[in-house]
Design a protein around this ligand. Sequence first.
Ligand code: HEM
Length: 413
Amino acid sequence: MTVEMMPNTSKANTEVAPLLSEAFRIDPASVLARLRTDDPVHEIPGIGGWMICRYDDVRALFTHPDTTNDRRAFEHYKLPDDPMARFLAENSPFAAPPVQHARMRKLVAAALTPRAIRRQEAQIRQVVSEFAEKIRGRIGIVDFFSEFTEPIPSAVVGRITGVPQKGTDELRWRQLARDAVRGVSPFLSPQEREQSERSMVELCEFIRELATERRREPREDMISDLVTSHDADDTMTNDEIMVMIAGLVAAGTETTTIGGTRGIRTLLLHPEEMEKLRSDPSLMPNAVDELLRFDFGPLGIPRYALRDFELRGKKIHKGQLLLLNFLAAHRDPEAFPDPDRFGISRDTSRLTIFGHGPHYCLGANVARTELASMFEAVLDILPPGARLLEEEIEWQHMGMFSSIKSLPVDCGN
Ligand code: HEM
């Protein structure tokens, strides 16, 4: 059952369905705090799934032998009809069998030489600065979502991958990436899923063309690195490169948009911490992690039960969904003392936002560089007195989840 098919519960009693209540939409952290104490493995009404709210459980479930991140194990999952979409579903970094997955990661690691990482960092800073320069000096209200945090991540993945900036290639890439990433959500109507799969197929064909070109004529970009990367005699095929880059798009676009958007909002809502960061830029790496800890939204990373098992007295059934909730885990006082306080100098060493174990985020370095670069740019271009129009933020509500769709900042006259 998709979220859209759930009963209309906007007025639901929080005691009965806390995750579907208005209170959860307005202040998810408080509702999750209550669940963390009273019902840490909480059944999500209507979808045959569970919300996991304690830090230790979230951490353990990333590598729990009774669960998988392969969504084909979800009881409501339907394999796509299109052969290419089916191929991706079966071979993506999230679903490949462990041996094939480990081999792909080894080849990607071999491509991430110090030189390649330096080049990627420069490309990321370049993309962020291009978007920042369009905003610098503007007066009146600027939407930092549509003009900054929303377009940057797909432009970054495109640029580091090697999508040509000439003509309309980059714009076409961004459009396809945006449509394709919607498919990551387990809560889509059949029509939405079909549309996102069509975009993913088109995106993959685009990537395959690039891989064929780079094999003939390598350049300074990630596809060329992957084409030439080898581990002993082993190399990646064009199909494997396509699957890996599609995986980067799927995993690295919306995530970084969320981190950037919520991060800028958190900074603007905590002017003292923002000033502290402005006056000591060496605090930026820790500030990035603290911003991700403090508010990455009420979302969860999915796991699917491979067999029946018990967790904190609850019977989890084979095929059910477990959502490892970041906001609940990162506000767990057992892991982060005084968790509702935002402080850019706090100890963030237990942050688990990039996962844990064999599927640990392949783009953590890219994401951290990109976010640091976005926050630095915001500190640099915001005029004194700029203020967030918190009441005018546009929220999109999709089932129980809310995401930010505009971030209006008054930049003065
Ligand atoms: C704030 C931004 C990001 C967050 C919070 C994030 C978080 C995560 C998490 C939690 C996982 C583990 C998933 C699991 O265990 O099922 C993951 C995996 C992954 N991430 Fe990220 N990510 C971010 C940005 C990126 C970026 C920018 C890229 C690429 C450019 C990327 C590429 C990937 C890939 C390819 C995987 C799959 C790794 C595998 O299965 O082996 N991520 N990410």
